[in-house]
Design a protein around this ligand. Sequence first.
Ligand SMILES: [Zn+2]
Length: 232
Amino acid sequence: MIRLIKRSLASVFDLFLPNRCLQCSDEIEADTAYLCGNCWNALPLFPERTGEPFQSLRGVLDKLWVGWTYDDTVRRLIYLFKYSGRPDIAETIVSYWMDALPAQHKIFDVDLLVPVPIHSARRRHRGFNQSEALVEEIAKIHAIPVNTQALRRSINTPSQTKLDRTERWKSVADAFLIENQDIFQDKRVLIVDDLATSGATLHALAGLFHKCQAKSVSAAVLTSPYTEGSST
Ligand SMILES: [Zn+2]
């Protein structure tokens, strides 16, 4: 009976996770990779490569490192990662993400990695926090401490994509809570998230860490659709 259930589950997974590249349909070996090696390497690098933050984040964030531009392929990749219950693909994502970042030794010259928390209700529903899954893989590569406890999302903000700019900034400003301020004092903090649209979340978090007297606050984000002058 158990075997039957397992087999049914496996075939359900096969429906959603074919061993073919999401982009070019070439066959791929591991069903956790989603893309073939060529398509991973062809993902559009985010144009800002010097770590200069979005205009709205200058003076708040020290540096902002974005891996890829949020195009159609990246969007589908993120969607599968977040919503198909596959935190295990974080390892592959992070491995290609790290390769895509410039001068990564400087990016990770920090004291503490902090994933952007999701609300506990959303976490229960999704089964994991995607930013935490990414941070765990980054920490394995760079051996930097991670803190997932001191920062909490106290308000379950609506999906950012459904809000306009003003609503989005308003909804995140009070959504976070720091449980233990001492943890961030005199630390060079790197916030890690999967997606930054306007930068509202990063702005809110950087403000909180500065209040805790962090030495510096930077962020590493997997992908963003942001272009200078865009109103998103
Ligand atoms: Zn491909």
